[in-house]
Design a protein around this ligand. Structure first.
Ligand SMILES: Cc1cc2nc3c(=O)[nH]c(=O)nc-3n(C[C@H](O)[C@H](O)[C@H](O)COP(=O)(O)OP(=O)(O)OC[C@H]3O[C@@H](n4cnc5c(N)ncnc54)[C@H](O)[C@@H]3O)c2cc1C
Length: 459
């Protein structure tokens, strides 16, 4: 064991929330040690949100250019992946180098140790570094922000093939001619559409009965129709039973059919990094899939331990990790709240049409025993949707608690669905009465004006 350190707070894992928390606490005058075994900033800037949204921005521009002939002239589109790959390497990830992020953290006053951090009993952390183990004695608390890895399902033959995950997909310099995407969640659908728009022949295979399973069924249906209209094959309700590779991938499906493709992208969910962080040394279950936290982000059953981000199971989003970081900072610095509130968790899936949603789906609201009323408004029938014409697919759906007269959830699918949902996030979070919402003005002719139609449809 080399170099014993001491600190007020040790942050194990520096995803978006952990990095923010470590810097904020250091700026507040606490002595902070931040630990990451890979890149400071975590999945989002290097392998997740940022590079994938750069791909999507480029793919959307191509799609808009292809729509020009319907609206105003002629275009010729010649996709060039090198432009996207260069932008991801140079602008988003510094060639997957976190020097700038480490410097930012250190300038804030934190110390950074690259290595694998583990709890070693209450108030102690051991960091395995290239130069040996370092032990840190912790005065105030340890914050876990260890995030996730791509989950790879135990499919016959898969492990022996050169399949890709998101971590490979964002580093591609050249695109394959054909691609099977295993998993029709947000990540799978976003990447499938982006690659397809660059000319890759794409099939999405989803074992669940529909893609974008956590979203409203109406939202899934709109996205399926849009993907299929662009030539993407969507195979939902069928699992993959075997995978082989002999230069090409051969993918056997549970219904006896098979698919051949040059590349296979596994986007089948995420596995939390909790197995090797020493949870057992503080009386917690190391096999747990998530960590139970209270409204201050304190871990139930372990004093002096906080957790934030994907490992808390409250929504695997960058904005959740950042939000929880601020809550934990308030607790660690002795502030009096506000504490975590999950009634209006929002998210956006950046397919085209984009899916923005907040709070409970209709099915979740019914399962919670709420007397539910719903209202929908198709965007193509709205004034803006009609004007917009090509690319106007989408709808607004609101889910109301009829007894309380408030919205408990909503979905906006369409151009800028992730922006339209913003107003509905406020409505759900602040429990604005339906009567108040119905008495508002909605600018003409905007997409969000369709919210007025959906509200008047609530029954
Ligand atoms: C392709 C893709 C697209 C996405 N798009 C979006 C999006 O558009 N919007 C959105 O909100 N979210 C998106 N996400 C999710 C988002 O990336 C995560 O929710 C976000 O990164 C928050 O994760 P986190 O803070 O829990 O930790 P992570 O970002 O997973 O970081 C955890 C860090 O902990 C480190 N670590 C783990 N164990 C240890 C250990 N024992 N010791 C030391 N270090 C350790 C890891 O190296 C890593 O750096 C996307 C994810 C993917 C994969």
């Amino acid at each position: 064991m080399t170099g014993e350190l001491d600190a007020d707070v040790v942050v194990i894992g520096l995803g978006p929330g952990g990095e923010h928390l470590a810097a904020t606490l250091a700026r507040a005058g606490l002595s902070v040690v931040g630990v990451d075994r890979r890149l400071v900033g975590g999945e989002c800037p290097y392998f997740g949100c940022i590079p994938s949204k750069m791909m999507i921005r480029a793919a959307d521009a191509l799609a808009e250019a292809r729509r020009v002939p319907v609206l105003g002239g002629a275009t010729e589109v010649h996709p060039d992946w090198a432009t996207v790959a260069d932008r991801i390497r140079d602008e988003a990830t510094d060639d997957w180098d976190d020097t700038v992020a480490v410097e930012r953290l250190e300038q804030a006053g934190a110390r950074f140790v690259r290595g694998h951090g583990r709890l070693a009993g209450p108030g102690r952390v051991v960091i395995a570094t290239d130069a040996g183990d370092r032990e840190v004695v912790v005065r105030r608390g340890v914050v876990l922000n260890t995030g996730t890895e791509p989950a790879v399902p135990p499919i016959d033959g898969l492990a022996d093939t050169p399949y890709w995950t998101n971590r490979d997909a964002v580093r591609l310099r050249e695109l394959p001619s054909s691609l099977v995407v295993l998993g029709g969640g947000a990540i799978g659908c976003e990447l499938a559409q982006a690659f397809s728009r660059f000319g890759v022949e794409v099939t999405v295979v989803e074992a669940g009965e529909r893609i974008l399973g956590p979203e409203e069924p109406e939202a899934s249906a709109v996205v399926v129709a849009a993907l299929e209209a662009e030539g993407i094959v969507v195979r939902a309700g069928v699992g993959v039973s075997a995978v082989a590779h002999d230069g090409a991938f051969h993918i056997g499906l549970a219904d006896g059919t098979s698919l051949d493709a040059q590349a296979l992208l596994v986007a089948a969910g995420r596995r939390t990094n909790l197995g090797d962080v020493g949870l057992e040394t503080v009386g917690l279950d190391p096999a747990a899939r998530s960590v139970d936290v209270d409204e201050r982000m304190r871990v139930a059953g372990a004093g002096g331990l906080w957790a934030i981000g994907d490992i808390t199971g409250k929504g695997a989003f960058t904005h959740m990790s950042m939000y929880q970081a601020d809550v934990a900072v308030r607790d660690l610095t002795g502030e009096d709240g506000p504490w975590a509130d999950y009634r209006a968790v929002s998210r956006a899936t950046f397919t085209d049409p984009e899916v923005g949603s907040v709070g409970r789906s209709e099915a979740q609201a019914r399962a919670a025993g709420i007397r539910v009323g719903t209202g929908t408004a198709p965007l193509p029938e709205s004034s803006r949707g009609w004007l917009h014409k090509v690319g106007n697919d989408g709808l607004i759906k609101v889910v109301a608690d009829l007894d309380r007269g408030v919205l408990v959830g909503a979905t906006a699918v369409g151009p800028a669905g992730g922006e339209i949902i913003g107003m509905l996030v406020t409505a759900v979070h602040a429990e604005v009465p339906l009567a108040t919402l119905r008495g508002m003005h909605f600018a003409y002719p905007t997409f969000h004006r369709a919210i007025e139609t959906a509200l008047s449809d609530v029954s």
